[in-house]
Ligand binder design. Sequence first.
Ligand code: MN
Length: 243
Amino acid sequence: MSTLFISDLHLSVSRPQIIDLFLRFLQGPAQDAEHLYILGDLFDYWVGDDMLQLESLADLGTALKQLADSDVSVHITHGNRDFLLGQKFTQATGSTLLKETTVIDLYGTPALIMHGDSLCTDDVEHQAWRQQVLSSQWQQAFLAQSLDKRIEIAQSLRQQSEKNKQHKAMEIMDANQQAVEDIMRQHKVKLLIHGHTHRPGRHRFELDGEPARRIVLGDWYQQGSVLVCTGDDWELIELGLLD
Ligand code: MN
C-alpha cells in the first residue's frame, strides 16, 4: 500500500499537457494508492466553485470523482492560488478538504502536511496579501462578482505576481527555518511535508535534540512530481510528459 503526495500542479487551460499528465496519473499510478494528498495549488487559480461549470475542467472533475469512487481517498489542502476551493468542489469530486495544517498518521509516524506558503515568513509582502485574501470580508466581496470578472482579476494578479517575483531574492521566497521549527514544535512532529516553494528536496536537521525531516514536493511544470510513501520507504518520482 502507498500514500501519494502532490502539489503545485497549477492546472490551467493554458498548459493542456499538464492537464493530460494529471489525467493519466489519476487513471494510472494513483489507482494503486491508498491515499492521495494534494497539498495545494492544484489549480493555477480557482476563483470559486462555479469554475466547475467550465467545460475545460469537466474531465478533471470526473477523473477525480472516479478515483475517489474506487478505493482511493483523496484529500486536498488549499494553496495560495486555489484557496477558494470549497464544498461544492469537494462534493463533486468526492474529495475531502483539509485544514491549513493537518497531522496525519503515516504508517506509524505522525506527519504534518501543509501547502507551505505560510512558512515563507521572510516574504512580508506575500504574508500581507495572504492575510487579506483569507479574510471572509474580502472573499465575500470577491465572490459577489461575475465569474468572468473574477477570472479576469485572477489573471491580472497572476501577471503582477510573476513580475514581483523577478525582483525578489530566492531566499526570501523559501521556507524560513525558524517558522518550520515553530510549526513542527507546535504540532509535536518530527516530519513535515509541504510544497509551494517549487524546490523539491529532503532536509534533515535536529529539532530539540532529535532528528527531524522536512520533505518538499516539486511542481508540475516540466514533469509531474510525486512523493510516494510506503511505510519506511520514500521516493520522489517524476512523471514525464508524453511529447
Ligand atoms: Mn503556492
